[in-house]
Design a protein around this ligand. Sequence first.
Ligand code: AMP
Length: 191
Amino acid sequence: MSRMQRIAVYTGSAPGNDPVFAAAARAVGTRLGEAGIALVYGGGHTGLMGVVSDAALDAGAEVFGVIPQALVNAELAHPRLTSLEIVPDMHVRKMRMAELADGFVALPGGPGTLEELFEAWTWLQLGFHAKPVAIYDVDGFWQPLLAMLDHMVASGFMAGTFRDSLIVVHTPDELLAELAAWEPPTPKFAR
Ligand code: AMP
């Protein structure tokens, strides 16, 4: 069991069109603050990224934002973070977020969220880190993606053990419990 001190949240720069998404982002941010766990995220103030960071700050969490210079205006860099790192590009953003965090979770979001989730998860598969990666499902939002992953396993493109390494949760308490209890899988190319 590992103590999570900082959790990276990947989520939409849009709010989505159903208020359940913002409610879930708020609940996660609040729970992090209550648990004394810091939030690491993309540093913006738009969409669900803004909601989760505001909720975490309001609940007393430390919040670390990492944003590329080119997006400081587009994503409205959050004005009241514990720390806001302005980095040169997306690659450095993801690397810094991965360094800072003890675990990762994707809340509902768009292609940027997926890209970040898959980079964190595939790095785990390659053994570049050994930190838990979770999907936070809200109202079945991630079910089509999970079906695709099962299809990859069934088609012989992914090991079932790796599929099983991806945590799927539905509540903030479940998220914290599963991240803390998680054990890393054997990396794909381990010798
Ligand atoms: P989205 O889920 O598309 O709303 O995007 C969520 C976040 O992912 C936003 O902060 C985007 O800037 C970010 N993002 C999009 N593409 C990338 C990428 N290639 N690398 C890192 N972050 C990205």
